[in-house]
Design a protein around this ligand. Structure first.
Ligand SMILES: Cc1cc2nc3c(=O)[nH]c(=O)nc-3n(C[C@H](O)[C@H](O)[C@H](O)COP(=O)(O)OP(=O)(O)OC[C@H]3O[C@@H](n4cnc5c(N)ncnc54)[C@H](O)[C@@H]3O)c2cc1C
Length: 332
């Protein structure tokens, strides 16, 4: 494995901010990964996928590990299900396309989410009523502190809304993910925008659903190659009942969804709009004019400008509505 020093990370994050990694490597197997952890036991470590959910605000004085473990293989198959193990470095949307082409159902609603398969359990990626946790049966990993191999069942991953044990602890490098997909498909309405897009098709196929999602996403989201961004910047806030009541007093038309266990979700985009930040720009950073939840980079390579803008939005929504927005994007 080649170990590189002082590597520029600008092309490794979709916000395109500049920072350099003192040490950088791309292990191609769990064995190489374990070896590199043993070679640099005392270095700070950062795991990089395809960089679509993070940006850098300063140089990283340590070891950046970008797993390069590939492969899609079938582990087991029955009349109803197929179980597949997929290497961390496989491109997520290529894997979705592969499943749709083969008639395997379960992740078609997650079409066109940019990133690697290895990162999909980290924030339990989700869209259009589907989350990665719905189809993951096992995650294989190497422990960052010891270099030992481990595997977690779905339950052990501690999945939540854009959350998992991997995100909470940062202690594991995911090497592969096992998915269980269905071999038959019947479209079930989970998301109104998607059903609208499929109007007139009585029984949509997997390919028609994937194509519809791709059309919606292409219309709604900025092209990160032209306007660098990391997708939704903030999580939708989850509120306790008192917080929800307080918000409804200030903003009676705030959308509120009961998510059970005395908790309520509201829309971060709605709060950002109401705080006066729809399409607002400060220097080279701002919210996307068609979708306030997305912060876009209009031309800086300095991650601190994005951080300052994030803090300003957080401060305003907190001051005006008493709700603290938590970033979904990871900041290093
Ligand atoms: C335009 C756009 C649209 C998006 N839409 C969605 C969406 O609809 N739904 C959604 O959920 N997300 C969305 N995202 C966010 C992003 O696509 C996902 O979070 C994706 O999983 C990031 O994958 P990545 O490989 O780029 O991860 P990175 O950004 O490289 O890493 C993200 C985090 O995961 C960790 N990580 C990465 N790989 C590993 C590994 N192998 N082992 C352990 N930790 C690892 C990193 O340390 C980091 O903390 C969007 C982003 C963009 C730019």
């Amino acid at each position: 494995m080649i170990i590189r020093y002082n590597v520029q990370l600008q092309s490794y994050n979709s916000f395109r901010t500049k920072a350099s990694a003192r040490i950088f490597c791309e292990p191609r197997s769990a064995g190489e990964l374990s070896e590199i952890i043993h070679t640099f036991p005392d270095e700070r470590k950062l795991i990089l996928g395809n960089g679509f959910n993070l940006f850098f605000t300063e140089d990283f004085d340590g070891l950046v590990i970008k797993p390069a473990i590939r492969g899609i293989r079938i582990l087991s198959e029955s009349d109803r299900f197929v179980e597949m193990e997929v290497g961390a470095a496989e491109d997520w949307d290529h894997f979705v396309a592969h499943c749709v082409d083969n008639g395997y159902a379960g992740i078609e609603n997650l079409s066109l989410i940019p990133g690697s398969v290895g990162a999909s359990p980290v924030q339990n990626i989700g869209a259009y009523g589907t989350e990665a946790m719905d189809v993951i049966t096992k995650v294989k990993m190497v422990e960052l502190q010891t270099g030992n191999y481990a595997a977690f069942s779905n339950e052990e991953c501690g999945f939540g809304y854009r959350d998992s044990i991997f995100k909470r602890t940062g202690l594991y490098v995911i090497t592969s993910v096992v998915f269980r997909l269905e071999k038959s498909f019947h479209y079930k309405e989970k998301y109104i925008d998607l059903s609208r897009e499929l109007e007139g098709i009585p029984s949509p196929t997997l390919t028609q659903v994937r194509d519809a999602i791709i059309r919606i996403r292409t219309r709604k989201l900025p092209d990160y190659t032209l306007l660098p961004n990391a997708g939704s910047f903030f999580k939708n806030p989850v509120l306790r009942v008192e917080e929800k009541d307080q918000l409804q007093q200030k903003l009676p038309d705030a959308p509120i969804y009961n998510v059970g266990e005395g908790q309520f979700k509201t829309s971060a985009a709605f709060l950002i709009d109401k705080a006066g930040y729809k399409g607002k720009r400060r220097g080279m950073v701002g919210t996307y004019e068609h979708h306030s939840l997305i912060i876009v980079n209009y031309g800086t390579d300095n991650g601190r400008e994005i951080l300052d803008f994030m803090r300003e939005v957080q401060h305003e929504t907190q001051q005006q509505f008493g709700v603290m927005l938590e970033p979904e994007v990871r900041i290093y």
